[in-house]
Design a protein around this ligand. Structure first.
Ligand SMILES: [Zn+2]
Length: 144
């Protein structure tokens, strides 16, 4: 568990607020995510479930899509708030990979129902993300 600064607290409150918009008729599990861009802007998303289950979209990816649609592609922090008193909800593998498209040095804040907050970086959560050979994130691109 960790302390948060004022900006992180603001981000956590944004994630908590958007969590109430979650569409979760199947699981009842509500998640809110808020991203802070390097320009200071905040972008939010909630989970949106689907009858086909596999098409369900996570809060983290929905927040990222909203951010990119508004022109923001550089981020510093994501706060994730899930419902319930169960274990803290770390991002799923799909969300980790999608967030990694926009950098590995994000701070990730996982927030519980009480005051508990876990802190990590995306690099810690996904140390070996997929990188398309020859793509824009390939460290060897341009060496061929
Ligand atoms: Zn996810």
């Amino acid at each position: 568990m960790t302390d948060v600064n004022q900006q992180e607290g603001e981000l956590i409150e944004a994630a908590r607020a958007v969590r109430s918009q979650a569409y979760k008729p199947y699981s009842g599990f509500a998640v809110g995510a808020a991203l802070r861009g390097k320009d200071g802007s905040i972008h939010v998303g909630c989970n949106v479930e689907n009858a086909s289950f596999g098409l369900t979209l996570c809060a983290e990816r929905n927040a990222l899509v909203a951010a990119v649609a508004s022109g923001v592609r550089e981020f510093e922090t994501v706060a994730i708030v899930a419902s319930g008193a169960g274990p803290l909800a770390w991002p799923c593998g799909a969300c980790r990979q999608v967030l990694a498209e926009f950098g590995m040095d994000w701070t990730v804040l996982i927030v519980g129902e009480g005051n508990g907050v876990l802190r990590g970086t995306l690099r810690e959560l996904l140390p070996h993300n997929f990188v398309l050979p020859g793509g824009p994130h390939d460290p060897s691109a341009g060496d061929a």
